[in-house]
Structures are given as structure tokens and as C-alpha cells.
Design a protein around this ligand. Structure first.
Ligand code: NCD
Length: 290
């Protein structure tokens, strides 16, 4: 099956994926993908997601072929459809794609016979990020997540991470508040506020986001420093509140998260990265065998 956005999976399938990810944390993974070929095609920059997918696939014994975009024929004007058809002719068992255009994964899926896994498409979706965030939250609260209050802070309008998390976390019964200046808020029926400091006592989880400057056609805010004065997660904001802090990375230091907060035990950023590999192992298996 393809995995383009979080709602491609029902609750039962997601639970199976979370359980499997936790199993892989405690047990040596079997080489279930021994004879499988997986192509990673990242048309947009990535540090975490690309290496996370490749490690995940290799952990299960797959052969991973990375399409070297800087040397690929995309630069010679080859269309996405032609690239896809050619990759498909090499008979891969899955293709993992990241692209600056929303809908790229879905488009690719029309031309191939294997599962397409979306590693992030424009401002649309980043489904494995949302799953690894859900795993991090669920493990912290020992599975008791229904009704937990999550504040998503930052450039929500331009964030595929926010989009995927809003869909997934609300489906699992979390209570969502979007915390951002008006120009970073999407049209939404979820609660919104600009008052981060006042909201903190009513939150169990904060998901902080990077300002997606690459998706702004022009600067729509005064300066990142002005933004940070109101929306940076600092020790002063957190005080001794019982709240965990997530961020998908890359972090804008002292704009999204204060350096002191990055060192705070309530900050789960590196746990998210570890969980990312586990989730992607479970997701790749799920897509190839379903
Ligand atoms: C995110 C992305 O690429 O969408 N990063 C990631 O995958 N870990 C978030 C971001 O770039 O801000």
C-alpha cells in the first residue's frame, strides 16, 4: 500500500505500527526485507528523514538505493512521470519520496507498481513524522493519551508536520490548540490563540515548529527575533509545568526553542529522532506487505 498521508491508515493499523516500533526498540529486528530493494528519492533537503528511512530499511536487511538528485536527469528536464516510470522499471519494492511540491507522492504513485512512502511533500503532509510524534507522546504517557492537551506552536500554516499531526492526534482523541501569530495560522475549526505564556498551564504537550522561510514568497513577519519574543519556548515559559516539548527539527536555536530547553529532560527532540527509525521500520514493512 502507498502511505501518502496519515489518514491512509486506520486506527487499528496505526496501533499495530506503534506496537511493532516498540517491539523493535527492545528486540533485534529480523531481516524481513532481505531480498527487497528500496529507492530513496529526496528532491528536497533532509538530514534526519533521509538517514532515518535508510537506516530503518537497512536494519531490516533491505538494499537501499539512493537516487542522487544532483546527478539525476531531473536537472536535464526529465518529468516526474518519466523518472517514476524509469525507477519502476528497475522493480523496486518501495520508493520513498520527498519533494517541495504538495501532491508529488500521489502523482508518482500513478506510475509505479510498488508502494510510495511520502517523506514530506511541500506544505501538505509528513505522515511518518506524525507517527513518530504519536509514538513519543504515547510512550511518555504510557498509552494514556486520550484527552491530553497539545499546543502546536509556530508556522502552522506552512508546516506539513502540523498538518499531519493535526489529523493524526485529533483522531487519537488529543485536544489540539494552535498557538501562533495570525499570519502563521491556517483557516481552522481548532482552537487558536496567540497567548503562549497564558496557555502553558493548560497543556500536556508542546509541538514547536520551525518557521518555514523557504515557503514564504516574501517576509510576512517583522523578524524572527520579534517572533521569538512571543513564541520561543523558554525556561521562563515552561517554569515547572508538567509538559513535554517536541520539535521535528531542524531547530532554529533560540527562535523556536531556547538552548536551555533543549537540555531540559522535558524536551523529547532526540527521543523523537530515535523513535523515527523504529516507526519507519514498521511503516516500510507495513507498506510492502499490505
Ligand atoms: C520537517 C520537514 O522537513 O518537514 N523536518 C523533518 O522532517 N524532521 C520540519 C521542518 O523542516 O521544519
Amino acid at each position: 500500500m502507498h502511505f501518502i498521508q496519515t489518514d491512509n491508515l486506520d486506527i487499528k493499523a496505526i496501533q499495530t505500527i506503534l506496537d511493532k516500533a516498540n517491539f523493535y526498540q527492545k528486540n533485534t529486528p529480523p531481516k524481513t526485507l532481505q531480498d527487497k530493494i528500496i529507492i530513496t528519492a529526496f528532491f528536497e533537503n533532509s538530514t534526519r528523514t533521509l538517514s532515518s528511512f535508510e537506516i530503518a530499511a537497512k536494519n531490516l536487511g533491505a538494499k537501499v538505493i539512493r537516487l542522487d538528485i544532483s546527478k539525476s536527469s531531473t536537472l536535464k528536464g526529465e518529468t516526474m512521470a518519466d523518472t517514476a516510470a524509469n525507477l519502476n522499471a528497475m522493480n523496486p519494492h518501495a520508493i520513498i519520496i520527498r519533494h517541495k511540491n504538495a501532491g508529488a507522492g500521489e502523482h508518482l504513485a500513478r506510475y509505479v507498481d510498488c508502494p510510495i512512502i511520502n517523506g514530506g511533500d511541500g506544505a501538505h503532509a509528513h505522515p511518518t513524522q506524525a507517527l513518530l510524534d504519536l509514538l513519543t507522546i504515547s510512550n511518555h504517557f504510557k498509552g494514556d493519551i486520550k484527552g491530553k492537551r497539545v499546543g502546536i506552536v509556530g508556522d502552522i500554516k506552512n508546516s506539513r508536520v502540523a498538518n499531519s499531526n493535526i489529523e493524526l492526534l485529533s483522531r487519537f482523541g488529543l485536544d489540539i490548540t494552535l498557538i501562533a501569530p495570525p499570519h502563521f495560522l491556517p483557516k481552522t475549526h481548532f482552537k487558536t490563540t496567540q497567548d503562549l505564556k497564558g496557555s502553558i498551564k493548560n497543556l500536556d504537550i508542546i509541538i514547536s515548529l520551525r518557521t518555514q522561510t523557504e515557503r514564504h514568497n516574501y517576509q510576512i513577519y517583522g523578524s524572527l527575533q520579534d517572533y521569538a519574543k512571543q513564541f520561543c519556548i523558554t525556561k521562563n515559559i515552561l517554569q515547572d509545568h508538567n509538559v513535554i516539548v517536541l520539535h521535528p527539527g531542524p531547530v532554529h536555536h533560540n527562535i523556536d526553542l531556547d538552548d536551555e530547553v533543549l537540555k531540559d529532560p522535558r524536551c523529547k527532540v532526540l527521543e523523537q529522532v530515535s523513535n523515527g527509525v523504529l516507526i519507519r521500520m514498521a511503516v516500510i514493512e507495513h507498506c510492502i506487505f499490505n
